[in-house]
Design a protein around this ligand. Structure first.
Ligand code: HEC
Ligand code: HEC
Length: 276
């Protein structure tokens, strides 16, 4: 009898937690970004992904509490991530969730710590990493960094040729008059990122890119000082951001996505998250 009561209580708690989580996401007034996938006409599939992810996480927690034997591997423990980030972290067709597979482990680790410590804002990401140790986050980061599933096709370049050309010039050469360095100076000539902690810029959806620049501008996304991306984002006018995001999202991914070696990059301005 006591065991049944305990189980019922746990299930009620689980349900209450789920409701609280969903509420915290759906009533987040100050930030439009957590809504974004729901506001794009894919509301229910994405919201169902949330529920699946959280239920999977909670099932894992319950399973370990009941000492049920499940194989305890990283692959097993990160299954919940796939609900939003796609199989093996390859991203989904939802057009917002970023790919995590194949990115430099140092970059992934910095982001997980950023979510945990409030330098990036996404309630479910924060919830998931809130109680994970540095060592565990490192293990997860290395796991996804070592995965190389195929990339999705580039997005259609729905913009005037002049807009795309402006995007290309900013990425390849920057804009001296506006004090914007070329993106390739840090993200590598092929835009595949640089070791140990600079991410690639190809293979990301336009909505996700736009939203990151918005977050840097309004302080919702931060990195350790000096926060070079926040500085650069402040120099970019809204039309520059639209041009850069549209051009980047429409680029085909190179066959060799390996990041540039740290020694091949000299940062034009210092970045706290990628010290040299
Ligand atoms: C409920 C959906 C959801 C689940 C489940 C989820 N994520 Fe995320 N994750 C997101 C979203 C959305 C973002 C982008 C947030 C933003 O706009 O900054 C993100 C961002 C990230 C980033 C930063 C990516 C980058 O390029 O900067 C990493 C790393 C990450 N997630 C890892 C994970 C891992 C590891 C798990 C499983 C333990 C996980 N996520 C589970 C939704 C999710
Ligand atoms: C001085 C070096 C430097 C330059 C120049 C630079 N970046 Fe970055 N960028 C970084 C670093 C470092 C990070 C990782 C920040 C972090 O850890 O949050 C980053 C991250 C990003 C991300 C996040 C990717 C993701 O998966 O979330 C985007 C998008 C980005 N940069 C776009 C650009 C664009 C576009 C330009 C050119 C206009 C540019 N960057 C120029 C250093 C640079």
């Amino acid at each position: 009898m006591a065991a049944v009561l305990t189980r019922l209580k746990r299930q009620a708690n689980t349900f209450r937690m789920l409701v609280k989580l969903m509420k915290s996401i759906l009533h987040e007034k100050s930030k439009a970004r957590p809504f974004l996938p729901c506001a794009l006409g894919r509301a229910w599939s994405i919201c169902v992904a949330y529920i699946v992810a959280v239920t999977a996480m909670l099932a894992g927690v319950n399973a370990s509490a009941q000492q049920v034997h499940v194989p305890d591997t990283v692959a097993q423990r990160v299954l919940a991530c796939a609900a939003c980030h796609g199989k093996e972290g390859r991203a989904t067709s939802a057009g917002y969730f970023p790919r995590i597979a194949g990115k430099p482990a140092g970059y992934l680790y910095n982001q997980l710590v950023n979510f945990r410590e409030g330098r990036r804002q996404y309630p479910l990401m924060t919830y998931m990493v809130a109680h994970m140790s540095d060592a565990y986050l490192k293990e997860i980061s290395q796991y996804f960094s070592d995965l190389h599933p195929p990339y999705a096709a580039a997005q259609a370049a729905n913009a005037a040729p002049a807009v795309l050309e402006r995007g290309r010039v900013l990425v390849m050469s920057g804009d001296k008059a506006k004090n914007i360095p070329a993106c390739i100076a840090c993200h590598g000539e092929r835009l595949t990122g640089a070791l140990p902690a600079i991410p690639s810029l190809v293979g990301l959806p336009r909505d996700y890119l736009n939203s990151q620049f918005g977050a840097w501008k309004n302080g919702a996304r931060k990195a350790h000082a000096p926060d070079c991306m926040a500085q650069i984002s402040r120099q970019l006018e809204p039309e520059d951001i639209a041009a850069v995001s549209t051009w980047l999202a429409s680029q085909a991914v190179p066959d060799d996505m390996s990041p540039a070696l740290a020694t091949s990059i000299t940062l034009p301005t210092p970045c706290g998250s990628a010290p040299q």
